[in-house]
Design a protein around this ligand. Structure first.
Ligand code: 3SL
Length: 241
């Protein structure tokens, strides 16, 4: 098995596809998706384009859908919810399909949607992602961070490092045998340094600061909870997990 980390959708190769790709947007899109499925959502359908989301979800019965839209950290006017995982209660999402568009996370998922297997990963479902990789043993695994509008993000890289660290430990492999690129070594070091202070790391992250300005303190606390949910969002058809 070879593991590759790409910090943003833009840095992810377009000329090849891996056996397994995991899109990561700790703050907050993939955390929200995992939480929605844990709360009983029927599925999560992702869109980079808001108009397309509205058009496709129009065909869905109102009581069976929930529209989540976020831009710049804020809820999109007219949508049922923004992108807070804390809004994904069973009362809100159970039995419904979550139609979601966010600034970066949904783009990361779209970027890798042709991979043989596509997952959404976050700290909250780190163990479920690792267990899937260990059981399926894909030859090439990509961890794709969402970043922020094309730039590196601390939180997605730390989460990629958390997944990599668990794989190294459980496969009992020298790091160099697993690492397909230098980003893996960097992510392992970042996670190693901050693993006991992930909330503090979120406070250093530019997107963490953006969310704090939008009163996102509780979201940050929620998103750093490691292995909270045994849920594996896995793509069943392009764009639907
Ligand atoms: O960029 C994204 O996709 C979002 O997760 C950003 S936010 O956390 O909802 O602001």
């Amino acid at each position: 098995m070879k593991l590759f980390i790409y910090h943003t959708p833009e840095l992810t190769p377009s000329s090849e596809v891996p056996d397994c790709a995991i899109a990561i947007d700790v703050l907050r899109a993939t955390t929200t998706m995992v939480t929605a499925l844990a709360a009983g959502a029927e599925a999560v359908q992702v869109f980079s384009d808001l108009d397309k989301l509205i058009h496709v979800s129009e065909a869905w019965p109102t009581e069976k859908r929930i529209r989540a839209g976020e831009r710049g950290g804020a809820k999109v006017t007219g949508f049922d919810m923004g992108n807070s995982p804390l809004d994904c209660t069973p009362e809100q999402v159970q039995g419904r399909r979550l139609f979601i568009s966010t600034t970066n996370g949904t783009r990361a998922l779209e970027r890798v949607q042709n991979a043989a297997a596509v997952l959404a990963g976050a700290f909250v479902n780190r163990r479920a992602v690792v267990n899937y990789i260990l059981s399926e043993q894909p030859e090439t695994v990509w961890l794709v961070g969402s970043g922020w509008e094309g730039s590196f993000s601390l939180e997605d890289t730390a989460c990629a490092g958390a997944i990599a660290q668990s794989l190294v430990a459980q496969l009992n492999l020298p790091v160099d045998e697993l690492a397909g690129n230098d980003e893996v070594i960097g992510a392992l070091s970042l996670f190693d340094q901050w693993q006991d202070r992930l909330l503090e790391l979120m406070h250093h992250a530019s997107h963490g600061k953006r969310l704090l300005r939008l009163d996102g303190d509780e979201d940050l606390k929620y998103c750093v909870q490691m292995d909270l949910l045994d849920v594996l969002p896995i793509q069943r058809e392009p764009g639907v997990l």
